[in-house]
Ligand binder design. Structure first.
Ligand SMILES: *[C@@H]1O[C@H](CO)[C@@H](O)[C@H](O)[C@H]1NC(C)=O
Ligand SMILES: *[C@@H]1O[C@H](CO)[C@@H](O)[C@H](O)[C@H]1NC(C)=O
Ligand SMILES: *[C@@H]1O[C@H](CO)[C@@H](O)[C@H](O)[C@H]1NC(C)=O
Ligand SMILES: *[C@@H]1O[C@H](CO)[C@@H](O)[C@H](O)[C@H]1NC(C)=O
Ligand SMILES: *[C@@H]1O[C@H](CO)[C@@H](O)[C@H](O)[C@H]1NC(C)=O
Ligand SMILES: *[C@@H]1O[C@H](CO)[C@@H](O)[C@H](O)[C@H]1NC(C)=O
Ligand SMILES: *[C@@H]1O[C@H](CO)[C@@H](O)[C@H](O)[C@H]1NC(C)=O
Length: 526
């Protein structure tokens, strides 16, 4: 009976919520639902981000256009909030197209589709072997006055809100209890200490996760909620929780990861270090990254679960800070090949260059979903990382810094040596020498170019930039077998354009492998 149960579970791996450990090896693509894809026939020219209004994307249009995300190798999708938003007249800050202006959290936002549409998106992601992450906002609700009419919200009693006050950013209690926003759009702060709020939010998230088969939550404004709210809330959700803790202070950030808070947070301190090290113009200070790696190892409970990013809906696009494309490529290679879960914000792969909100929320369709240089780089990095995750212990190994110089940094994770530089595109007569743990004469491959690199005496490799500051990712060539990269065989049973049919084949393949190994064990036991 147990055996049959196992076989059935392995044939239908769809409906299981995912734990933190299952997310460790995933790679996340982040979208703002309104801006990812248009319905067929809609006007593609009507979405200047400065107009801050709805452009027409829905859960359905995402579902219809998942190939673009899956073909780039992503194994998870993070979508902007699904809860009902403010629907009143347009405000001085525009409309609630982004989804973060919550009205009644317990209702779905009908602007983006029906309950069935959201279920269909979830089902389609799972059919493709991908996870669904939903953004949730529990800190606040949107309002147009400091004395809002509470009857339109999930919580209708005055005691379920903190009284209006402006945040004193030097006082943690004030950050938790006072109101985000300003006097034009105050975000009424929900009293997340109140037991009726804790209980109702717990029941809500439990049923939301169950109804839509959600695999993980991204939590907005996590540091603006009393920290002891999180274990209860995420316990009820029963899935991976990654929180937004905005700011460069690593000591503050680190408090939000662990059993007394969240599984993970978005690694803002590392984002700030990457900006300091890689943007051109910028201080180009590589020590900021090596220093942050060292601090992360000592301060965070589990650096391998942190969210690595260089763009999102709240910060300027990388290309707005740094016009040199190589600075983007090098910083992105760091996010994929270091400890942590890589996250790419839609449009990053298309070289979008908007500044902060609202200019960083461009319509993706204006790019024509091109197979751009950055899209191809991401596809290669995802294919390589997915291969390492699936076939080796790479994701559980801890990164080591091999070298930090004025011009670059090199890290080792598992059997992979990555060398990132901050010099940018113009060639320079400089190099980053690295002592690797590889034996001298080992044949290695740079998976980004497929060039062979031989390891010198004492394990040295020397990244020279006489052709410009390109990133380098080296692995002993013998270990590429089965990766599908650089002419090596593709993974068995794996096809890039996974259709429902090939997913079924894959399940059958695993079923056969499972059954034969299982029978083998039985034979051994008999
Ligand atoms: C911190 O903020 C809270 C909430 O506004 C307030 O009650 C408290 O007096 C403040 N503490 C200090 C030291 O200012
Ligand atoms: C570079 O970063 C390191 C580590 O954060 C810091 O100690 C140092 O002062 C920075 N150097 C410059 C020139 O900013
Ligand atoms: C930064 O963004 C603003 C607004 O979107 C734009 O006007 C400006 O040209 C951008 N700068 C760069 C360097 O891309
Ligand atoms: C993008 O272009 C590369 C290089 O020509 C090609 O190998 C890859 O298959 C293309 N990807 C897609 C999704 O078309
Ligand atoms: C890795 O494993 C996952 C889950 O079993 C599967 O969906 C995916 O196709 C595999 N990817 C590669 C590149 O082997
Ligand atoms: C590059 O630098 C090295 C050492 O600093 C020097 O010997 C060499 O002549 C330089 N090459 C060029 C092309 O400038
Ligand atoms: C050999 O490599 C180690 C680091 O792996 C380094 O400390 C040492 O100086 C190197 N020796 C020589 C002779 O280059």
């Amino acid at each position: 009976m147990l055996l049959i149960g196992f076989v059935i579970a392995s044939l239908f791996p769809l409906a299981l919520a995912a734990t933190a450990n299952q997310w460790r090896g995933r790679s996340i693509y982040q979208v703002i639902v309104d801006r990812y894809a248009l319905p067929v026939g809609a006007d593609p020219n009507g979405c200047p981000p400065g107009s801050r209004t709805w452009c027409g994307g829905t859960w359905d249009t995402i579902r219809e256009n998942l190939d673009y995300i899956q073909n780039a190798g992503f194994t998870a999708l993070w979508i902007s909030p699904v809860s009902q938003n403010y629907e009143g007249p347009s405000t001085p800050y525009g409309d609630a197209y982004h989804g973060y202006w919550i009205a009644d959290a317990s209702q779905l936002n009908h602007r983006f589709g029906t309950s069935d549409d959201l279920k269909a998106l979830s089902d389609e992601l799972h059919r493709r072997g991908m996870y669904l992450m939903v953004d949730v906002v529990v800190n606040d609700v949107m309002s147009t006055s400091t004395n809002p009419d509470l009857s339109t919200y999930m919580f209708k009693d005055k005691s379920q809100y903190h009284p209006y006050c402006t945040i004193d950013w030097s006082n943690t209690t004030s950050e938790e209890r006072c109101w985000l926003g300003d006097t034009v759009i105050p975000l009424a702060d929900i009293n997340t200490e109140d037991p009726t709020v804790v209980s109702a939010f717990g029941n809500w998230i439990q049923s939301l996760v169950a109804e839509y088969n959600i695999d993980g939550l991204r939590i907005d404004a996590a540091k603006h909620v009393n920290i002891d709210f999180w274990p209860t809330f995420c316990g009820k959700a029963g899935v991976f929780c990654i929180g937004e803790v905005f700011g460069s202070d690593i000591n503050e950030a680190a408090e939000y990861q662990g059993p007394n808070s969240l599984d993970s947070i978005l690694h803002y301190p590392m984002y700030n270090a990457l900006v300091e090290a890689f943007t051109i113009p910028g201080p180009q200070n590589m020590s900021a990254v090596s220093d942050m790696i060292a601090q992360s190892k000592t301060k965070f409970k589990d650096p391998g679960l942190l969210g690595n990013f260089i763009e999102n809906q709240d910060i300027p696009r990388w290309r707005n800070l740094s016009v040199d494309p190589q600075s983007l490529y090098n910083a992105m290679v760091f996010n994929f090949m270091s400890d942590g879960i890589p996250i790419v914000y839609y449009g990053q792969e298309q070289g979008f260059n908007g500044n902060a909100d609202p200019y960083n929320r461009e319509a993706l369709w204006t790019s024509g979903y091109a197979n751009s240089t950055t899209y191809q780089l991401i596809s290669t990095l995802n294919q390589f990382r997915n291969f390492l995750v699936n076939t080796t212990g790479w994701v559980n190994s801890e990164m080591q810094v091999l070298a930090t110089t004025k011009y670059g940094i090199s890290i080792l994770k598992g059997n992979v040596v990555s060398i990132m530089t901050n010099i940018g595109s113009p060639p320079q007569n400089v190099s980053v020498p690295v002592y690797t743990p590889f034996e001298s004469s080992t044949a290695t491959t740079n998976i980004l170019t497929c060039e062979q690199w031989a390891v010198g005496s004492n394990g040295t490799v020397d990244a020279q930039y006489s052709l410009g500051g390109v990133p380098v990712v080296l692995i002993p060539s013998a270990l590429l077998e089965g990766s599908g990269l650089c002419g090596y065989n593709a993974p068995a049973g794996f096809s890039k354009h996974t259709s429902a049919a090939s997913t079924l084949q894959l399940s059958v393949f695993y079923y056969v492998v499972f059954l034969s190994s299982c029978l083998g064990v039985f034979k051994c036991m008999l």
